[in-house]
Design a protein around this ligand. Structure first.
Ligand SMILES: Cc1cc2nc3c(=O)[nH]c(=O)nc-3n(C[C@H](O)[C@H](O)[C@H](O)COP(=O)(O)OP(=O)(O)OC[C@H]3O[C@@H](n4cnc5c(N)ncnc54)[C@H](O)[C@@H]3O)c2cc1C
Length: 686
């Protein structure tokens, strides 16, 4: 455990002494000042005393109040709580009722925060999604997608006309991008908006069944408007000629504001019962030459004048398309943030139950809690550590997004785009897997619908697909990394998020250090420098080798074929990079924590996060001798030991998520263990 401080070499040193000193160096590095501090933290850990409230205050930051207000409101309205069993149509109506009550009764008016204070907006959306995930998604469709498209793709005239109605829910709306034949490939959509100079209108047309707008939230029952993405067609001088100006967004009224009847030319059908999120009414839309005024083009990035002339500050279709999609990253940020909220709920229920539940034990002695089993710790403690890591990473994402909204800095826009794509895909995939692990970790009682894992899993599952399929998004991250890599070799600089690669690419190009590869003392393994170096090294290696492979295969397969040949490699690269960014943010967040005990607890959790991931990919490190066999063994042992240590403060760590019982809503996850079985028994009718 402890490291001896190795005396430095001096000229009188005997050969044997020197050999012993060098040998010791291989096993334990000399302690620097930072490590000394760390050792002190380790010994303090034995009496770690975590105050959940202080930790929670640090986690929630300044938006704790609005979150509590939302939870308290729903706690005061049990009639608005979603029952365990509910039919699709009833659920949709309840979900609308919940949304209307939140906005009009509880007075949560979130729309202005979309632009003015995104951090507050995301805190609201996370809290609302914790109350009910369908409600969170319906809320997101209204304010992030429909509302967000009006604010971010439109101009002042659109804001003036629609802001109030969107905010107060009179103008319930949809975001109609996906079609039956095209989801991920947005540029492949086929809906057409043709300008008619005679009437000064656009004509919205669904040219074939493949172009029917599909999966559109709020469309089946409640929506009055839709932001419809369509290819803008402008007449040319040739007879009947049109020119395709690329994908643009248009506001299309779909139901009458007073009668709620579907408007002429619009055909709406229900996408039906889904695997989850049945409180949201997803519908399919067909447009039969629906005419809308020219003003309904959301014209921030491209406009059409009265005579049909097209103007834009952006020179190409691709640039306009990128700018349009770039403005929509808010939805993705919200999903990543909310997914962490779901993970917190699941981890809380599973860990509280694992502390309560007792099975087996030493002969003739009381049974022990199932969280005392190493296997249960292995299932749940790295997950708890990841939840904390994701919390800080998504808070960082929200901060960057808010900065971007204020400054519109071009570099920041690119950064937030890649970071939101990476975090959304990494976090939502992790949460989806964890929900199954939590269910299984709670045994049979995990399978009771009242204990939530089924609905959480089903509702959350689609987070992996909408707002960009995870596999597709990770490729954008890999593409961005490769672009930066090429620029580096052309003498350019890395963007801020990737700046760590500047140094680690150089380290990578040299051989792993055979001395540090053997250091295995706890103080070294728990040194953030070692952990970050290891993460960065892996990413740099993957980046360098991906670039080499792509170059090689492009010669024979072309760029598309080469990309596909290296696809799994590229996905691993993107994940490795995102893990590095997550770790960096965790380490930074620990430094800023004002409470010493909370800081020590976070350090422990962060070490588990880092070492568990290094151990999960130990083959990669061993293959290149980045770690020697003994060091690999030491990492494994320490990761298990840290799981055990984290288990000792697991109760406080989940309490710090500050989720009241009316939000977790699972009898087995009750805050007070004595109530858990009692409520569950009552639920069954005893
Ligand atoms: C409940 C729900 C609500 C939705 N709400 C809305 C909404 O309100 N508005 C809206 O416009 N849309 C909405 N959508 C649509 C959603 O955004 C799309 O489903 C999503 O973008 C994925 O597109 P897709 O379904 O075409 O998947 P596909 O792209 O067909 O993906 C299928 C599989 O192919 C793989 N794949 C695709 N392309 C690649 C590639 N290049 N490389 C490797 N693998 C690839 C994917 O990884 C995935 O595994 C919703 C969908 C659902 C289910």
């Amino acid at each position: 455990m402890s490291s001896a401080i190795i005396p430095s070499s001096n000229s009188d040193e005997q050969p044997t002494t020197r050999r012993i000193r060098l040998l010791s160096l291989h096993l334990n590095p000399p302690l620097d000042h930072h490590q000394q501090l760390q050792l002190e933290a380790c010994s303090a850990r034995a009496k770690m005393d975590v105050n959940a409230d202080k930790l929670s205050t640090y986690l929630r930051g300044k938006h704790r109040d609005i979150r509590e207000r939302i939870f308290e409101y729903f706690s005061s309205r049990p009639d608005l709580q979603t029952p365990i069993e509910i039919l699709k149509d009833d659920y949709r109506e309840l979900c609308l009722k919940q949304l209307v009550a939140l906005v009009r009764e509880a007075g949560i008016r979130p729309f202005r925060y979309v632009v003015e204070d995104p951090a507050k907006y995301f805190a609201i959306i996370e809290a609302v999604g914790s109350v009910d995930m369908s409600l969170g998604i319906k809320f997101g469709v209204q304010y992030s997608l429909w509302g967000g498209s009006v604010l971010n793709l439109g101009t002042k005239k659109h804001r003036d006309k629609y802001f109030e109605g969107i905010d107060n829910l009179e103008y319930l709306g949809c975001f109609a991008m996906t079609e039956l034949h095209h989801g991920s490939n947005v540029q492949g959509i086929q809906t057409i908006a043709t300008f008619d100079p005679l009437t000064d209108e656009f004509i919205i047309t669904t040219p074939n069944d493949g172009a029917i707008k599909w999966w559109i939230g709020n469309a089946a029952v409640h929506g009055k408007f839709a932001t419809v993405f369509a290819k803008l067609m402008l007449p040319t001088h040739e007879k009947n000629g049109v020119s395709d100006m690329g994908v643009h967004a248009f506001i299309v009224p779909i139901r009458d504001l007073k009668t709620h009847k579907t408007l002429p030319g619009v055909e709406i059908n229900d996408c039906g019962h889904k695997v989850g999120l049945n409180g949201v009414d997803n519908g399919a839309l067909r447009f039969r030459d629906v005419r809308i005024p020219r003003d309904n083009l959301l014209n921030r990035f491209g406009d059409v004048s009265r005579d049909g002339t097209y103007t834009s500050n952006l020179p190409t279709i691709n640039k306009r398309f990128a700018a349009t999609l770039g403005e929509l990253v808010g939805g993705r940020v919200g999903l990543a943030y909310s997914s962490v909220g779901v993970l917190k709920i699941a981890a809380t229920i599973a860990i509280r139950y694992s502390l309560l539940r007792q099975q087996f034990g030493p002969p003739k002695q009381p049974e022990i809690s199932i969280l005392d089993y190493q296997s249960q710790q292995h299932k749940l403690m790295p997950m708890l550590a990841s939840t904390y890591a994701f919390h800080f990473a998504t808070v960082h994402l929200v901060e960057k997004y808010s900065q971007m909204k204020k400054t519109h800095d071009e570099q920041l826009v690119a950064d937030v785009h890649a970071l939101s794509a990476g975090l959304k895909s990494y976090v939502t995939s992790y949460t989806a897997k964890s929900l199954s692990i939590c269910r299984e970790a709670c045994g049979g009682h995990g399978y009771a619908a009242v204990n939530r894992f089924g609905s959480l899993r089903n509702d959350h599952d689609i987070f992996q697909t909408f707002e960009g399929d995870n596999t597709v998004l990770l490729q954008q991250v890999a593409g961005d990394l490769l672009k930066q890599y090429q620029e580096k070799f052309r003498g350019g600089t890395f963007a801020v998020t990737w700046s760590y690669l500047r140094e680690s690419m150089n380290t990578y190009l040299s051989q792993p250090n055979p001395v540090t590869a053997r250091w295995e003392g706890e103080d070294h393994l728990r040194d953030p420098k070692f952990q970050l170096d290891a993460f960065r090294y892996r990413t740099s290696r993957l980046l360098q080798s991906a670039a080499v492979r792509l170059r090689k295969h492009t010669k024979t397969l072309g760029s598309f074929g080469a990309w596909n040949r290296c696809l799994n490699h590229l996905l691993t690269l993107a994940e490795s990079h995102i893990e590095t960014v997550i770790l960096e943010n965790f380490i930074e967040a620990i430094k800023s924590c004002p409470d010493a005990n909370s800081q020590a607890a976070l350090k422990l959790v962060c070490d588990l996060y880092a070492l568990n991931l290094i151990w999960s990919d130990i083959g990669t490190y061993r293959n290149v001798d980045y770690v020697a066999p003994n060091k690999a063994k030491a990492i494994h042992k320490l990761a298990d030991y840290l799981s055990f240590q984290v288990k000792n403060i697991a109760k406080e760590l989940v309490d710090a998520f500050d989720l009241p019982d009316n939000v977790t809503r699972a009898p087995i996850g009750k805050q007070s263990p004595s109530e858990a079985y009692a409520e569950y028994t009552q639920y069954v009718g005893f």
